[in-house]
Design a protein around this ligand. Structure first.
Ligand code: CUA
Length: 364
């Protein structure tokens, strides 16, 4: 009898003696289910104990966190059951040495197939409806909304408050006031994300996307770009300052005073109440620290050259030109077109001079 004939003879005899379905264990399915249920309970307990998100800071956060917990409670058992059946089967029904047979033929099981199609269908449909209800709730229009335009550009965010007639490099919001963000991009796709609000929306050139949020806690929360948008992507971070309504109003009037003092260009005769921003403030407000290192300002980014080590290039004319026309002389080892090209429009002559002076004074 050669090898093949022996295999055929074995198959004709049916499953070998030590097959668990014959030898003692009558219910491998029951055993798998028991293991799966216990493992699911442990898995659910662990996933619910993990602190997935930072401290919530908006009225949407609780609803989204609850939705996330429900999704975990539904998906952990599915994952655990599938893995239990797969691992159990691989271990328990593995081929013994010398066993060349394919095992008994399987012809399908209509009842099982109906169950494994119907149960996931019901689960997914129910979760989709729940998700829809939550989304609808979060996106509902609120009374007394304030519109804030968000503009993304490589590699900073700017903000416009149409109701206050104010443009700003900083994002301040009054607490408990519903906000509608209208989000744009000047160049490539960015993504406006405030993890503590739990909300995120892509900033797409040529398109306005919207999100609504009501901050319900004062504090400073991180604004992060969540779409790979170029070399400085990881530095495209800012803060949203959620403050009381009174503090927000005084911030608005301070900003307006600063803007009219700096942009007026009225010969410098009128002392604008000390409103003109200093070189250091300009450095921060224009997002320079997003890309450059400058020890004096505590900036450590490495997208562009270290501005505290300009060496023999450190004269006012070179620094001024490099700010308003960054491609005029690109430092060796760096690429052109990374630095924004619009500082000539954004900075007044006085602001540019103040910034250049500050950088000269900050050389190491
Ligand atoms: Cu902007 Cu990433």
């Amino acid at each position: 009898m050669d090898e093949r004939e022996r295999v055929q003879a074995d198959e004709a005899k049916g499953p070998p003696e030590e097959d668990p379905r014959i030898a003692g264990e009558k219910h491998p399915v029951a055993r798998m289910l028991a293991i799966g249920v216990v493992a699911s309970l442990i898995g659910i307990a662990i996933t619910l104990l993990i602190d997935w998100f930072p401290e919530p800071a908006s009225t949407s956060a609780d609803k989204i966190d609850t939705l996330y917990d429900v999704l975990l409670i539904c998906s952990v058992p599915v994952f655990v059951l599938v893995m239990t059946i797969a691992i159990y089967s691989v271990v328990r029904f593995r081929a013994k040495p010398g066993d060349m047979g394919d095992g008994p033929p399987i012809h399908g099981n209509t009842r099982l197939e109906i169950i494994w199609v119907t149960v996931p269908f019901i689960m997914v449909t129910a979760l989709a409806i729940y998700g829809w209800i939550t989304l609808d709730d979060i996106e509902a229009k609120q009374k007394n909304e304030m519109v804030v335009h968000v503009t993304g550009q490589q590699f900073t965010w700017t903000f416009q408050y149409p109701s206050e007639k104010l443009d700003s490099n900083e994002l301040y919001l009054p607490v408990d006031r519903p906000i509608e963000f209208r989000i744009n991009s000047k160049d490539v796709i960015h993504s406006f994300w405030v993890p503590q609000f739990r909300l995120k929306s892509d900033a797409v050139p040529g398109l306005t996307t919207k999100i609504r949020v009501t901050p319900d806690r004062t504090g400073n929360f991180e604004v992060v770009c969540a779409e790979l948008c170029g070399l400085g992507h990881s530095t495209m971070r800012q803060f949203v300052h959620v403050v009381s309504a009174a503090d927000f109003q005084s911030w608005v009037s301070d900003r307006k005073k600063a803007a009219s003092g700096g942009g007026g260009g009225g010969g410098g005769a009128t002392a604008g109440g000390g409103a003109a921003p200093s070189g250091e403030e300009l450095f921060t407000a224009n997002g320079c620290s997003g890309c450059h290192t400058l020890k004096a300002a505590g900036a450590t980014a490495k997208v562009g050259p270290d501005l505290g080590k300009l060496g023999k290039n450190a004269n006012a004319r070179f620094i001024g030109t490099s700010i308003v026309d960054p491609n005029a002389d690109v430092t060796k080892g760096y690429k052109p077109n990374i630095m924004p090209q619009d500082f000539k429009q954004k900075l007044s002559k006085e602001e540019l001079d103040a910034l250049v002076k500050y950088l000269l004074e900050s050389q190491e």
